[in-house]
Each structure stands twice: as structure tokens, then as C-alpha cells.
Ligand binder design. Structure first.
Ligand SMILES: Cc1cc2nc3c(=O)[nH]c(=O)nc-3n(C[C@H](O)[C@H](O)[C@H](O)COP(=O)(O)OP(=O)(O)OC[C@H]3O[C@@H](n4cnc5c(N)ncnc54)[C@H](O)[C@@H]3O)c2cc1C
Length: 427
């Protein structure tokens, strides 16, 4: 299967609605043209339309086709670079602002779901757990740091015995529980944002792949069958950027991650393996993450690859990780297996940049995109409306280019990633 083929996911099979959309034919005028129909693009379209801007959003495939319709659905605060390291990089003031923004991003997801009554199986609680006893101290320290330095109380240390009781396995050890974090059906959340954006006046075009654009004095975005003449262009293509914008392509690396969905499990089995119905993510470099769907399936994410192709048999590829922790699922049927592409950056912080006065990009959320991409779209909308401080706070975090740029990025990184995943297995 290639990374661009239809995904056949559980999310697609349980999607709420299809919106009436069109594909771009001919010339259209809009204040803002958004490229990409994931959380970044949809949130930007929603927030801009609410402020009275006319918006045309162009999505190459269908809304939520990218990572936003395929992910693990975990919505937790924080960045992939910890606060202490951020302070060293950008100073305390900006690091604190970025922490506050990450808290806001989770609250924003909650608010949008409530305001627009998005039905997306929202549930509370995300727990990070140690896959090795040697990782326990990390959780003790990070909870202590959050409480003492960040004054953040919505996180609790969970002792190994409690983790093991909650998750029905002795393969996990200590943990940290984020009580204000949540998990959700990612595609239904994306479709809910799309509906809200459309109701606010945005025009959403599907099957409208952008083939090129010009920014500057007369911004114009082109597809094979039409064009949008606009004042601003927002680039929201994340891991699916391809060759569209060579100036930022080397700042991100697309990686593929995979998920399976079991058949619906009995209540008894669910209680055994996830008594509190939290979303769980472990401390491996290539993490395992899991949660229970609205209809009692175990959704298990595990395994990555760094090539343009997905494994031929995704279900088997992921199932082995699940069975390592829950061998009692040996005979459980696997109904779905799918993958998606996300963009990571070298420093694991999102990359926000204004390429000129009319062209903005927000991408590279690494593993934190559900909340941060939603907020990224809002920050682009804010920047266009004249308040760029928060967009610029991210833009101040230097995003290194991958060694070798787009040309050598693959082999170098594959070697790096393999090193880490080997380390994870052996140390
Ligand atoms: C398997 C998996 C699990 C994940 N789990 C989590 C998780 O649990 N929690 C979390 O916070 N994050 C998670 N993520 C990351 C998160 O899903 C992403 O960071 C987030 O969805 C990015 O949103 P986006 O809108 O920026 O990009 P995307 O949702 O990828 O959207 C980009 C869109 O741009 C479109 N596009 C590309 N090129 C063009 C073009 N030329 N013209 C028009 N349209 C174009 C694509 O078709 C695509 O729909 C996961 C990602 C994956 C793949």
C-alpha cells in the first residue's frame, strides 16, 4: 500500500457525516486561501470566517484525509521539547508562553467540541506510562517539575502497582496521568470542524490539489481546474507537503505511523486492560499507544516506517506490538489496520513561519498535532487579523533544517531513527 492510497480505517468506517462540498472549477476570489483540509487548515478556515474573512480551502483529497483523520486521538498538553530545554533555547519568557499556549490548545479542542456540538466520542484522561522500570524516575521528576515550576496541578504521578492494576499487565511501570487531557475520534472531530467552518461561511473544496502558487503582491493559488485569487495563503499540508514548497520542505521529515482496531471487546475484557478508559502512551522511542473506541474496540498504535510506502499487511505489522503487552488478545479479530503520515522536526517543536507578508506555514507538530494543529490554525488566523505575537513566539524557536535538506534527509534520518529504535529495544 502506498502512503497516498485510501486508508480503510476504523475512523472512516465510523465517520459521522459527509459534507456537501465541491471541487474547484474556474476562478474564485477570497481573502484567504488555505491549502490542506486537516486540523490546521480547518481551524484556520473556521477562525478566519468567524472574523469576517472570506476563505477558500483547497484539499487535495477529502477533508480529514491526512493525519487528522487517522491519528491516535490523544489530546494532551506540553511539547515534545520539555520546558527546561525550551528555557535554555529561547529564554524563560517565551518558554512559559509556549507552555501556556499548549494548555490553551487542549482547552481550545474542548471548547470547539462543546460550542459546535461535535460528536466525536470525547473521553477524559491521558496516561503516559513507563515501558521499563528505568523510565519510572522520569515520570516522578516531570510531575514534580510541572507542579513546582509550572504551577500545573492537573497531572498526577501513578505508582507502578496502580498502573499495573489499571492496565492489567505487569509490563508497564510508573506513569503520569493528565486529568484535563482527553481523547476522541479524530476524523469526526475534523469533520465537525469542517462543518463549523462551512457554517461560518468558508468554502471548502475537496479533490482540489494545489499544483502551485505565487505569494507577494498578487497571491494566487492554482489547481489543475481552477485558481484562487487572494490576499493571503496559508500552507497547512504537514506531512503531505511533498514538493509544493521547497523552502520549508527540509525543515520537516514525513514519517508514517500505524494503528489497528480490534473487533468490539467484551466489557469484561475492556475492564481488564483499561479499567479507567484513559488513552495510554508508553515511553518507548517508537511509542505504543492505545485506547478504547466508542464501540469497545481496542485501538492500538505501534510501529513506524520512514519510507514512501506503507507495509503491505498493516494489521500484522501492528498486532505484534499489541500482543507483546496483551497476549490474551491472540485470538481477537483485527478488523482494521491503517497508517498515516505526520511531520516531525529536528527539535520536535512545531515549525511556524511567515515566508513573506502574504504566505504563512504551520506544520511539524510531531506527536502533538491534534491540539497544536487546531491552535496552529487559530494562530495563523490571529496573525492575519493583526495579532501576530503568539504566532511569532513559535517562529522564534529556531527550526533547524534536516542535514542534507530534502535530498539526503531520508537515508540520514532512517539511520538515526533505526538507531533509536534499536536502543529502545536493547537498553
Ligand atoms: C498514525 C498517527 C497517529 C497520531 N497520533 C496522534 C495523537 O494521538 N495525538 C496527537 O496530538 N497527534 C497525533 N498525530 C499527529 C496529528 O495527527 C497531526 O499532527 C495533525 O493531524 C496534523 O494536522 P494538519 O492539519 O497539520 O495535517 P494533515 O491532517 O495531515 O492535513 C494535511 C492535508 O493537506 C492536504 N494536502 C497536501 N498537499 C496538498 C495540496 N498540494 N493541495 C491541497 N491539499 C493538500 C492533504 O491531503 C491533507 O489532508 C498522529 C499522526 C498519525 C499519522
Amino acid at each position: 500500500m502506498t502512503a497516498t492510497s485510501a486508508h480503510g480505517s476504523y475512523y472512516l468506517a465510523s465517520a459521522n457525516q459527509t459534507l456537501p462540498t465541491e471541487s474547484l472549477e474556474g476562478e474564485v476570489d477570497a481573502d484567504v486561501c488555505v491549502i490542506g483540509g486537516g486540523y490546521t487548515g480547518l481551524s484556520a478556515a473556521l477562525h478566519l470566517s468567524q472574523q469576517g474573512y472570506s476563505v477558500a480551502l483547497l484539499e487535495a483529497e477529502t477533508l480529514g484525509y491526512g493525519a487528522s483523520g487517522r491519528n491516535g486521538g490523544q489530546v494532551a498538553p506540553g511539547h515534545n521539547m520539555d520546558h527546561e530545554s525550551l528555557v535554555k533555547k529561547v529564554g524563560k519568557e517565551i518558554a512559559d508562553l509556549l507552555w501556556q499556549i499548549s494548555l490553551e490548545s487542549v482547552e481550545l479542542v474542548r471548547e470547539l467540541i462543546d460550542q459546535h456540538q461535535i460528536e466525536c466520542d470525547k473521553k477524559d484522561g491521558v496516561m503516559h506510562v513507563a515501558a521499563k522500570p528505568a523510565h519510572n524516575h522520569h515520570f516522578e521528576e516531570s510531575v514534580e517539575y510541572a507542579r513546582r515550576v509550572l504551577n500545573y496541578d492537573d497531572v498526577e504521578y501513578v505508582a507502578p502497582a496502580d498502573v499495573q492494576q489499571m492496565l492489567g499487565t505487569d509490563k508497564y511501570h510508573a506513569g503520569e496521568l493528565y486529568t484535563r487531557a482527553l481523547h476522541l475520534h479524530p476524523l469526526n472531530y475534523a469533520l465537525g470542524l469542517a462543518k463549523a467552518a462551512q457554517q461560518a461561511g468558508a468554502r471548502l473544496f475537496e479533490h482540489s490539489r494545489v499544483t502551485g502558487y505565487q505569494s507577494g503582491a498578487k497571491p494566487r493559488v492554482e489547481t489543475a481546474t481552477g485558481a484562487v485569487n487572494c490576499k493571503y495563503i496559508l500552507l497547512a499540508t504537514n506531512g503531505y507537503l511533498g514538493k509544493l514548497e521547497p523552502r520549508v520542505a527540509g525543515k520537516i521529515m514525513p514519517i508514517n505511523n500505524f494503528i489497528l482496531a480490534t473487533e468490539p471487546l467484551s466489557d469484561e475484557l475492556v475492564k481488564q486492560i483499561n479499567a479507567n478508559d484513559y488513552a495510554v502512551a508508553d515511553s518507548r522511542f517508537v511509542i505504543n499507544y492505545f485506547r478504547i473506541s466508542g464501540d469497545n474496540r481496542l485501538l492500538w498504535g505501534g510501529g513506524e516506517n520512514y519510507s514512501p510506502n506503507f507495509p503491505a499487511d498493516i494489521r500484522s505489522f501492528v498486532r505484534k506490538y499489541m500482543l507483546e503487552f496483551y497476549p490474551q488478545l491472540e485470538n481477537t479479530r483485527i478488523d482494521y489496520g491503517w497508517g498515516g503520515t505526520l511531520a516531525i522536526t529536528l527539535n520536535r517543536m512545531p515549525h511556524f513561519e511567515r515566508l513573506d507578508q502574504t504566505l504563512f506555514v504551520a506544520h511539524g507538530y510531531s506527536g502533538h498535532g491534534v491540539a497544536m494543529a487546531t491552535l496552529g490554525g487559530k494562530l495563523m488566523a490571529e496573525a492575519i487579523a493583526g495579532s501576530a505575537e503568539r504566532f511569532d513566539a513559535f517562529a522564534k524557536v529556531p527550526t533547524p533544517t534536516f542535514p542534507g535538506g530534502t535530498l539526503l534527509r531520508w537515508p540520514g534520518l532512517v539511520a538515526g531513527m533505526l538507531y533509536y529504535s534499536m536502543r529502545d529495544r536493547f537498553f
